[in-house]
Design a protein around this ligand. Structure first.
Ligand SMILES: Nc1ncnc2c1ncn2[C@@H]1O[C@H](COP(=O)(O)OP(=O)(O)OP(=O)(O)O)[C@@H](O)[C@H]1O
Ligand SMILES: [Mg+2]
Length: 204
């Protein structure tokens, strides 16, 4: 089987192929010509390493993520399990049980934050549903932090993504919040920060 390109994203080229008999995705971070080369290489190296380690760590806490099979840091490549599913972005728009899916997403984000993992790019293109399970990808901008403000910013990004991509369903974030609060005892505090960030946005 040959490799097929899935996506040339903002940051990386994603191809699907076979690796030691497994169905995988190769994520190769491409150079950015507007960055000084040494800095560009440093960023691509650190994001490749960070992404692999956060994917693995999140999985240990019960958040579904693709298995990381290999990283080739000198070529900025990560090899991971191919998740044969559908992007949350599509399903939240098309499926009748969208509020259940949203609650599922909220629970996983709650688990991430409870365990001090900031995703860094929480959008519905970075969540893939397979058999009703939400798989989280694209942790290259993530970090470990216990700071409530960072969790608030993370969750606020998801709210903005949901409100803009699915404006016909303004209650989706309520379902996200329900899932989030269900697993994360300090969740209320983070939701208050989200509200606060929205207020700041409106008046600035
Ligand atoms: N493990 C995977 N299994 C299936 N599809 C994947 C996987 N990883 C990535 N994809 C697909 O490739 C797309 C881009 O992947 P990813 O978000 O990791 O790269 P990116 O360069 O950061 O892209 P973007 O700039 O769009 O965020 C995803 O939205 C998804 O459709
Ligand atoms: Mg992405």
């Amino acid at each position: 089987m040959g490799n097929t390109m899935i996506k040339r994203g903002a940051e990386a080229t994603i191809t699907r192929g076979e690796w030691h008999g497994r169905d995988v995705v190769f994520k190769k971070r491409s150079p950015k010509s507007y960055r000084v080369e040494s800095l560009d290489m440093m960023l691509r190296t650190s994001r490749t390493k960070k992404e692999a380690s956060l994917l693995s760590e999140a999985k240990q806490y019960g958040i579904a993520t693709p298995i990381v099979y290999d990283i080739d840091v000198s070529n900025f490549i990560m090899v991971m399990e191919y998740i044969d599913g559908d992007l949350a972005k599509i399903l939240l728009q098309d499926l009748d049980d969208r509020y259940e899916l949203a609650e599922t997403i909220g629970r996983s984000v709650g688990l991430l934050h409870k365990n001090d993992i900031i995703h860094g790019d929480l959008t519905t293109s970075n969540i893939i549903f397979r058999d009703g399970t939400a798989y989280f990808i694209d942790f290259g901008l993530g970090e470990k932090s216990c700071e409530p403000e960072k969790k608030g910013v993370d969750l606020h990004l998801l709210k903005e993504a949901i409100d803009s991509a699915h404006s016909e369903f303004p209650e989706l974030f309520d379902s996200i919040s329900k899932g989030y609060l269900g697993v994360y005892e300090d969740g209320q505090k983070i939701l208050a920060i989200v509200k606060n960030i929205e207020k700041r946005g409106r008046y600035s």
